[in-house]
Design a binder for this molecule. Structure first.
Ligand SMILES: Nc1ncnc2c1ncn2[C@@H]1O[C@H](COP(=O)(O)OP(=O)(O)OP(=O)(O)O)[C@@H](O)[C@H]1O
Length: 243
């Protein structure tokens, strides 16, 4: 298995007066094309971990942080935000909780947007994804004219349009009717597999993720200790190394 993503000894803390929090990632590996759900209660650091993996927020410390063959820890240390933004635009797709579609663009325009940002227009792929996800008939509509479930399908197509190596989805079923939520999760997994993209889904509902066929990494949560800091630990090394 080739690792797409590897972290060792990573940490990120928020030191608010009210509720200091620290995310700890002693080891985390994800192989190319692998799907994984990360699960934990509200406030356990799932979004914080996803933001870090999306190269959008720096770790406070990381012995190793590699993604797509690049040394992310070194990029952060050197302040190479443009290199990180470029890597994010080309190699990462995001499915937000509520779709996050731009209301003034059509469905087609929303799906094609990451291709434009990555400098890789591919209208045929955008159109094919829309058809595959059953939203081709809505191509020229605006998001406000779609159902919530349809919007979430557009968001999935948009996340895959620029052929990312990794798709990150933060509670992608939060705004979807419970009856649709299992289907959206399964669809996301199937589409990422078809596109060869690795996938990480954050969820507070591990049973739903298991039903949709995801392996689940549950975080370990620790109540505030003597230092007053609540800690969450996400640990997952590849089998070869863990053995
Ligand atoms: N920008 C910030 N500044 C200070 N504290 C923050 C910030 N972002 C998150 N936190 C705190 O970090 C902890 C983890 O938050 P995070 O949003 O990562 O959890 P989560 O598991 O995604 O929660 P939810 O399921 O409710 O979205 C929480 O205690 C939160 O209050």
């Amino acid at each position: 298995m080739t690792a797409l993503l590897s972290l060792r000894g990573a940490r990120k803390a928020y030191r608010g007066d009210a509720a200091p929090f620290a995310l700890e990632v002693p080891a985390f590996d994800l192989a190319e094309g692998e799907a994984l759900a990360i699960a934990g209660p509200s406030g356990s650091g799932k979004s914080t971990l996803l933001m870090m993996l999306a190269l959008a927020a720096p770790p406070d410390a990381a012995e190793v942080f590699r993604f797509a063959g690049q040394d992310i820890a070194a990029h952060w240390r050197a302040g190479r935000r443009d290199a990180l933004a470029d890597l994010r635009a080309r190699r990462i797709g995001v499915v937000p909780q509520t779709g996050g579609l731009l209301p003034y663009l059509t469905v087609g325009g929303n799906i094609a947007l990451p291709q434009r940002i990555a400098g890789r227009p591919d209208p045929a792929r955008a159109r094919a994804l829309a058809e595959e996800l059953g939203i081709g008939a809505h191509w020229a509509k605006r998001p406000a004219e779609l159902s919530v479930g349809q919007r979430q399908r557009v968001a999935i197509a948009r996340a895959l349009a620029h052929r990312p190596a990794l798709v990150l989805a933060d509670e992608p079923t939060a705004s979807v009717h419970p009856e649709l939520a299992d289907a959206v999760l399964a669809l996301l997994k199937r589409e990422c597999a078809a596109a060869g993209a690795a996938l990480i889904v954050a969820t507070h509902d591990p049973d739903r993720a298991i039903r949709a066929g995801y392996p689940v990494l549950a975080c370990e949560t620790h109540a505030p200790g003597a230092d007053g800091v609540a800690r969450s630990v996400f640990a997952r090394a590849m089998a070869a190394e863990a053995a």
